[in-house]
Design a protein around this ligand. Structure first.
Ligand code: NAP
Length: 428
């Protein structure tokens, strides 16, 4: 029998307990022995729990788990950076393998944790940390190991994808849809990590570190959220043949790696454009396999529980068979994450301009002087003196677009610059 110490009995922890109970026999056959949850760490011992669990296994003292010699495997589902990170390291230091779904800890401290696990001869698995129930980390490490991965595109945050889907389908404003998502439990009461793009940034940093065999410094990842996206942009994107998604991107480029998260115009015909509501997807290109896409539920009790229990089965099977499998260090190659100013993209630019002769000429001159060339121009005719002007550029370095914007603001007949959104169509 393999004994497990579970840290956390919230959304995912309860899912893990349920799946292990529901599928007990099948899991026992897959592992080769039975699994028992020996102790469960919670914060509040008095809390009412929906789950039918023997209250004697609950503890609020971490030492009951990390100092317990009977426990072989610690499953961390507390969330947040601390004390989760400390508990993971303490478990490893005491020779216990660890399974976690904690993207924050893995994105920020993964290299250090994997190194420690190698030294101590234990395993660390974190399938649930990216894409909830979608199998992506093990496939990247194992099934796609033959490939040199060129690029990864992910829709990695269910909350923002739900909001953008609702805004697109129903023409409703960001704030209104966010409030509804919070009411339905799709968005947290503090949704900032999702809305501002940080949740997706942690996840693309984890995927990129595996795909590009490196260690990604999370502070070098460019992040922009969806709170500036308006219904007008979504409508114009549709007219121009695109949809707007919060895209997490990891690419090899000439001078290093291009890793970023931001709202992006993607062609309506691309498979990622069809990923709606709370669903997540990862689309990648490997030199041998070509294009691969994984799609599924990116969060939630049972989908994330599915990924965590799969890790538990794998690690428990190795512990039971005595197979020593230590994590490979995905950090052997040094890469530079290229500054966003150096990255080339096409851009969608929406301005409000006075409807007068010569205005477009002034704008195109500023753009041309800054090496920005236009792929298309859309002017909306209205019976007003100020009209929207929409421009799509050819690929150009971000620094040139930023310089152009500064100069455009000085043109008297440019009333406002309302949106600047990157367009991904060259390589996607
Ligand atoms: N929810 C999802 O859909 C999802 C999807 C993918 C990944 N994840 C990841 O899974 C992890 C768990 O998320 P969750 O949604 O299940 O969280 P959650 O519902 O907030 O549950 C957290 C659990 O940890 C316990 N806990 C929190 N702080 C503690 C502390 N200092 N000491 C002891 N126990 C503590 C809580 O105890 P009490 O019950 O006593 O309050 C609770 O049982 C996170 O890393 C999250 O990012 C979640």
């Amino acid at each position: 029998m393999i004994k497990i110490g579970l840290l956390g009995l919230g959304t995912v922890g309860s899912g893990v307990v349920t799946i292990m109970e529901n599928n007990k026999e099948s899991i026992r056959r897959k592992v080769g022995t039975s699994l028992a949850i020996e102790k469960v760490l919670v914060k509040n011992l008095d809390k009412e729990r929906d789950l039918d669990i023997d209250s004697r296994v609950l503890t609020s003292n971490i030492e009951d788990i990390v100092y317990n010699p009977d426990i072989d495997l610690v499953v961390e589902l507390i969330g947040g950076e601390e004390p989760a990170c400390q508990y993971i390291k303490e478990a490893i230091n005491r020779g216990k393998s660890v399974v976690t779904a904690n993207k924050l800890v893995i994105a920020k401290h993964g290299t250090e944790i994997l190194k420690l696990a190698r030294e101590k001869g234990v395993q660390v698995s974190y399938e649930g940390s990216v894409g909830g129930g979608i199998p992506i980390i093990r496939p990247l490490k194992e099934s796609l190991a033959a490939n040199r991965i060129h690029e990864i595109y992910g829709i990695l945050n269910g909350t923002t994808n739900y909001i953008l889907t609702k805004m697109t389908r129903e023409g409703r404003k960001f704030q209104e849809v966010l409030a509804e998502a919070q009411k339905l439990g799709y968005a947290e009461s503090d949704p900032s990590s999702d809305i501002e793009g940080y949740d997706a940034a942690y996840k693309i940093a984890i995927l990129a570190s595996i795909a590009f065999e490196t260690s990604i410094d999370i502070s070098s990842v460019y992040v922009e959220g969806i709170d500036g996206i308006s219904v007008d942009d979504i409508e114009l994107a549709r007219e121009l043949g695109y949809v707007i998604k919060l895209l997490a991107i990891g690419k090899r480029c000439e001078r290093g790696l291009d890793i970023r998260v931001h709202p992006t115009f993607i062609p309506r015909s691309h498979p990622l454009a069809l990923v709606s509501d709370v669903y997540n997807a990862v689309y990648l290109h490997g030199d041998a396999v070509g294009d691969v896409m994984s799609y599924g539920k990116g969060a939630g009790q049972m989908p994330t529980g599915s990924a965590v229990v799969a890790d538990i089965i794998q690690v428990a099977r190795d512990i039971h068979s005595g197979r020593v499998v230590t994590p490979s260090l995905d950090t052997t190659i040094k890469h530079r994450v290229v500054d966003i100013n150096e990255i080339e993209n096409s851009f969608y630019l929406r301005l409000q301009v006075r409807d007068k002769p010569g205005v477009l000429a002034q704008i195109t001159k500023v753009l041309g002087d800054n090496k920005v060339s236009l792929a298309s121009v859309l002017q909306k005719h209205r019976l007003t003196t100020v009209v929207p002007l929409v421009l799509i550029t050819h690929p150009v370095k971000e620094q040139f677009i930023n310089k152009s914007l500064k100069e455009l603001k000085k043109i008297e007949d440019v009333v406002s610059i309302d949106s600047l959104i990157r367009v991904e169509e060259e390589s996607i």
